[in-house]
Design a protein. Structure first.
Length: 245
């Protein structure tokens, strides 16, 4: 009997805690208040411009004093599983606020993390459709994912040549995709980390022709490394990196 009582108490406490989180720290209203007050306090024009759907909204947010607080926020007035719409009063005008949340996992469904997507004072009385904003949210998430992928360090092909009938590729180790796209081979050979540049002899001429500058690769070698400048080795296998690998 005592164990049953303890079990009931534990379940009650867990349920109470979950409800508190959903209507408190994890609620969209709490997230809106915290995030919106933060960007107003920081007065960062870039962030405000990115969130504003129109110029009048951007100008209004930039005019607000840095100590402005969110006075109220409604429940969701519409939307989808990923984008919700509510109305908040900040300063003298109501703001129409769109928020987005990741719902791909069970964790995010139980403990959602709402983030500001777009804000408008709707000066013409017109509001954007949820469908269009959902496309915007997905596009921005994809852009963030690509930026994270490009920032990840790896080995990238930065040059190709055929010397004395030997197909060679120049690979720089431990750089980002952005560096591989924006810098040339001479840039890497001239910097202090020029030892990170490696020349690989490619036996498969069809593969050599197919490889693209800026492509991320993993090269497995056979035999020894020739101590030239840059060092050289024979590529036994070249693995072409794929997104999500």
């Amino acid at each position: 009997m005592r164990k049953i009582f303890i079990f009931i108490v534990v379940v009650f406490l867990m349920g109470g805690t979950y409800l508190y989180l959903r209507i408190g720290p994890l609620s969209p209203q709490h997230a809106l208040k915290k995030q919106l007050e933060h960007i107003i306090q920081e007065h960062d024009q870039v962030s405000i411009q990115a969130l504003s759907l129109d110029k009048p909204t951007m100008e209004y947010l930039l005019e607000l004093p840095t100590d402005t607080v969110v006075e109220s926020a409604t429940d969701f007035q519409g939307g989808s599983k990923q984008v919700g719409y509510l109305v908040s009063r900040v300063g003298a005008k109501p703001l129409h606020v769109y928020m987005t949340v990741a719902t791909n996992s069970i964790y995010h469904k139980l403990f959602p993390k709402w983030t500001l997507l777009k804000i408008t004072i709707a000066p013409n009385g017109t509001l954007p459709s949820i469908r269009e904003l959902q496309k915007t949210a997905e596009s921005e998430r994809n852009q963030v994912g690509m930026e994270e992928l490009q920032a990840e360090k790896g080995d990238y092909l930065v040059g190709k040549t055929i010397d004395s009938n030997i197909a060679e590729i120049y690979v720089v180790h431990h750089i980002s995709g952005k560096e591989a796209r924006t810098k040339s081979l001479s840039d890497f050979l001239a910097n202090e980390d020029k030892d990170d540049v490696m020349i690989y002899h490619v036996k498969d001429i069809q593969l050599y022709n197919d490889l693209a500058i800026g492509e991320r690769v993993i090269v497995k070698t056979s035999g020894y490394i020739m101590q030239s400048q840059p060092p050289q080795a024979v590529a036994e296998e070249i693995i072409r990196w794929k997104e999500g690998a």
